[in-house]
Ligand binder design. Structure first.
Ligand code: SAM
Length: 276
């Protein structure tokens, strides 16, 4: 096996998902670069690989810049270096990008040992179109940033994939209901683990389900691409609804009926009301 840096994917829940190549690299590596040495040692132990004699270098989001050169130097000194994140594929919402950039500028052997990635597994399970997808990482925690992030990707003609946490899911689904209307979504939870679940529905349906069944564990959230843009001529119907009831009710009825963007319908309703 060549000396150099190996980006090694580890399982996201089921130890059986480690690859034969990953096992070989982890056994032979003199250096394990990792986010957390306790998690890395636990992984090695579950794989029946001894940690003794191996050098562990901690490389995480906050020290990657400084540590990357140290990792490269260890490889250039003739070592096999395995880089593993806490779970899944390195660099995918995990550190490693700066290390790879630095490797590109130096004459160090770099390769990938592929394996589990929650985003890809979720896409496979979701039943949503898999021909084109956009992975957008974690959804921000703050209300304004969350809304901006979901709105930014609204018109992308691909399945959207986000990482999310269990305690934020309901808030996100509520924001998603306003932005995506009746578009199909999916929540993939605890993939490859005992309580694996993948549930599809509109944001409102998923919110109702998870309000009654509080979610636990790790979560990937997916949104179907927008429908082919056939222009829905809802103006006349909206005008009738505005005569029948309040602006809020009219907007809600039309938004839900045609799966439209709430803000767009709201603007149209205001213009109709103001006689424009
Ligand atoms: N690098 C990892 C990968 O390849 O998927 C992702 C690391 S990121 C820090 C962790 C997030 O990935 C979790 O918060 C969750 O959104 C998602 N995730 C990881 N494992 C998962 C699983 N078994 N089921 C569902 N989502 C998972």
């Amino acid at each position: 096996m060549k000396n150099g840096i190996y980006l090694v994917a580890s399982p996201i829940g089921n130890m059986g998902d480690i690859s034969l190549r990953a096992l070989e690299v982890l056994k032979n590596a003199a250096v394990i670069a990792c986010e957390d040495s306790r998690i890395a040692k636990k992984l090695l132990s579950l794989l029946a690989i001894s940690s003794s004699g191996k050098i562990f270098v901690i490389m995480h989001d906050h020290n990657e810049e400084e540590t990357a050169q140290k990792v490269i130097d260890l490889a250039l000194a003739g070592n096999i270096v395995a880089y593993i994140s806490d779970a899944g594929s390195p660099l995918i919402s995990d550190p490693g990008y700066k290390l790879v950039r630095l490797c590109r500028k130096q004459n160090v052997y770099l390769t990938t040992v592929p394996g589990s990635c929650a985003a890809i597994c979720a896409l496979q399970l979701s039943g949503l179109p898999s021909d084109k997808f956009l992975f957008a990482g974690f959804i921000p925690n703050k209300d304004k940033a969350r809304k901006e992030t979901l709105s930014r990707y609204k018109d992308v003609e691909a399945t959207l994939i986000f990482y999310e946490t269990a305690n934020r899911l309901l808030k996100t689904l509520s924001t998603a209901a306003d932005i995506f209307g009746r578009r199909e979504m999916a929540v993939a939870r605890e993939i490859t683990k005992l309580y694996e679940e993948c549930r599809a529905g509109t944001a409102a349906e998923l919110a109702e389900y998870y309000a009654a069944n509080p979610p636990k564990g790790e979560i990937v959230l997916l949104v179907a691409p927008p429908e082919e843009k056939e222009t829905v001529d809802y103006q006349a119907e909206l005008a009738v609804e505005l005569q029948k009831g309040s602006l809020k009710t009219a907007v809600q009825k039309i938004t839900e009926k045609y799966g439209l963007n709430k803000n767009e319908v709201y603007q149209a309703a205001l213009e109709l009301k103001n006689g424009r």
